[in-house]
Design a protein. Sequence first.
Length: 311
Amino acid sequence: MSIKKVVVAGGGVLGSQIALQTSYCGFDVTIWLRSEGSIERAKPKLERFKNIYIDTLEQMKTDDSAYCRGLSKKTDLTDEEIDELKIQAQEAYDSLTLTTSYEEAAADADLIIEAISENPEQKIAFYQELAKYMDEKTILVTNSSTLLPSMFAEHTGRPEKYLSLHFANTIWKNNTAEVMGHSGTEQRYYDEVVQFAEDINMIPLKLKKEQPGYILNSLLVPFLSAAEALLANDVSDFETIDKTWILATGAPAGPFHILDIVGLETAYNIIIMNPQSQDPETTPGKIAKMLKEKIDAGETGINAGKGFYEY
């Protein structure tokens, strides 16, 4: 099967990026969103990412360090080629379809990428409703950061065509796509998803077996959790924690800036899966309380203009 029509379910930080990148690479892309309110919240994210693509491409004319692997596999672009890619980015944005209709989204879809909240109940409800409208040919993947595809395969109605495809943030720059099946995933669909990842300028990172958090988040989540614990237990302030990491390791960003990029709602959904988060006296409980207070204040990260930092 040749993948042509792609649906991204969810317009959050990563969902918006996945949709725009896929459209930028020439696919017919529809974004499914839960409500009209979700559509309105997704629009500024999509516009922001489109502007980043165009601005970055312009910078690539004069600054070699601005080059992003997801924007072009070619490194020695002429100014004329860059201008063509800027038009391509605008056209990709303009061609996106946003809908709340399962039926409209799923009709004739070759691939559906689920990128909704890290909430098992919400994912199961979504899969069960979506199953009523999907074509037999449709491959279904999840972008879940920490949850295993085997947790949901039976609810999809097509376990053999279901697997994980996990992207890193700023996918036009950090262009990785982790591909992870479950024991019931058929190899031919795994291979098609690997090919799709390559076709949208990602570097496929193939996992041999299920692993909570894949490769990236198996490394990243404990790191961010350790930083959150330092702050929640009042060991130090978040600026000092970030400064410590940046100065000591040469990293470009500290854990709290990374959390702002990831989105505090995602971090919160991860921590509340820990049973200890229900006890406010435990470290997970303190972290959950800290994150929930910021979310309730609308300080959900970079896309909201404020998280731990202001943008």
